[in-house]
Design a protein around this ligand. Structure first.
Ligand SMILES: Cc1ncc(COP(=O)(O)O)c(C=O)c1O
Length: 363
């Protein structure tokens, strides 16, 4: 009898490093490492989860009809049957990869892509190919240059995490037109709400233009429901049918269902969250630039100032930790000279700016 042995491609995966907690914090920690909503969840979502709590002994509706209809109504999607819901959008990434890519196949992404695309490719034995970005931004030519006969999925977060940059709708449309039909084009809209409602509608419409385009979304960011683990995707009919074959029948828990329905209808909360983000994202970029920390335009709910060297970025990270401020090191994303700072509450944004002002004066 031989020992149990994991598949070799699984052992090649480096475990995900989460934004995490701050060990040894002295007081309240400014949590600016995981792009969460500083307002928390919508009060309506909290009430809905409280009410749903007394029914958790009953399995959720495996078709998730009410949730899919609420998402369709809020986003102008005509056919709720082509919406799939998931336990976080990470699950969508994994399930799509499981459906479409295996050993010998390639997953395509750009240089500074969200880490779960590569993890998912590797965990299914597929190869992850990364193509270069220009000025931290994905571009159609480089992406098309990376497409081969073996490419099964192109994952593109737009806006992207951790760069915050995005391709325009025109550029996405041109890319979609040029992409061979054997490639599933997955537009990850985790941060789409921070751009504009018009942009959200534009990526929805891209799904309707082709049978190979998917839009992924999450309730973890602007909806403030990261711990509820709720994501969704708008799929072409054919992809939807394939996806439903492998989705677990109860892959979304009942509390998340209740929260999602309440949150997606709370347009006041979503507008307040977007406006706060736009205001503070601009203030953070301006202030960081003024400190000599060049910060590119971001379209998401975080910014990535450049400290000029990996050593200085690491020193700034330690400086912030010592002041109970948690931001994200992004060396693992190929950006060792930068830190990713989420847009937080006014108080936390002011705290991180004040701390970095002191840091730059002395380092
Ligand atoms: C681009 C992108 N896609 C997907 C996710 C996954 O989000 P969740 O699984 O919480 O829905 C994240 C989370 O940070 C992200 O940044």
């Amino acid at each position: 009898m031989s020992d149990i042995r994991p598949l070799p491609h699984v052992l090649n995966i480096k475990p995900y490093v989460p934004g995490g907690k701050l060990a040894g914090a002295k007081g309240r920690v400014a949590m600016l490492a995981s792009n969460e909503n500083p307002f928390g969840p919508s009060p309506k979502a909290i009430d809905a989860m409280r009410e749903a709590a007394s029914s958790v002994h009953v399995y959720p509706d495996p078709g998730y009809g009410a949730l899919r209809e609420a998402i369709a109504a809020a986003t102008g999607i005509a056919d709720p049957n082509r919406i799939a819901v998931s336990s976080g959008s990470d699950e969508i990434i994994h399930l799509l990869t499981q459906c479409y890519a295996g050993p010998g196949d390639e997953i395509l992404q750009t240089e500074h892509a969200f880490s779960m695309y590569a993890v998912s490719a590797m965990s299914h034995g597929a190869t992850c190919i990364s193509v270069p970005e220009t000025d931290l931004t994905a571009g159609a030519n480089a992406i098309l240059g990376g497409v081969s006969e073996r490419t099964k999925i192109l994952f593109l977060a737009n806006p992207n995490n951790p760069t915050g940059t995005m391709m325009s709708v025109e550029a996405l449309t041109a890319l979609q037109d040029a992409l061979p039909p054997h490639v599933l084009f997955v537009i990850d809209g985790a941060y789409a709400e921070y751009v504009s409602p018009e942009y959200e509608a534009a990526i929805r419409d891209l799904v309707d233009r082709r049978s190979n385009t998917v839009m992924m979304r999450t309730f973890s960011k602007i909806h403030g429901l990261a711990a509820a683990r709720l994501g969704w995707a708008y799929l072409p009919q054919g992809v939807s049918e394939v996806f439903q074959r492998i989705r677990g029948p109860f892959n979304v828990n009942g509390l998340a269902v209740a929260a999602g329905i309440a949150s997606i209808g709370d347009t006041d909360f979503l507008t307040k969250s977007r406006e706060h983000n736009t205001l503070w994202r601009g203030k953070l970029i301006e202030a960081l630039d003024a400190m000599g920390l060049p910060t590119p335009q971001s379209h998401a709910n975080f910014v990535i100032p450049d400290f000029g060297s990996a050593e200085r970025a690491a020193a700034a990270n330690e400086w912030l930790k010592a002041r109970d401020i948690l931001v994200r090191a992004v060396g693992g994303y190929g950006l060792p000279t930068r830190l990713r700072i989420s847009v937080g509450s006014a108080e936390d944004n002011e705290a991180v700016l004040a701390a970095l002002k002191d840091f730059t004066a002395s380092h």
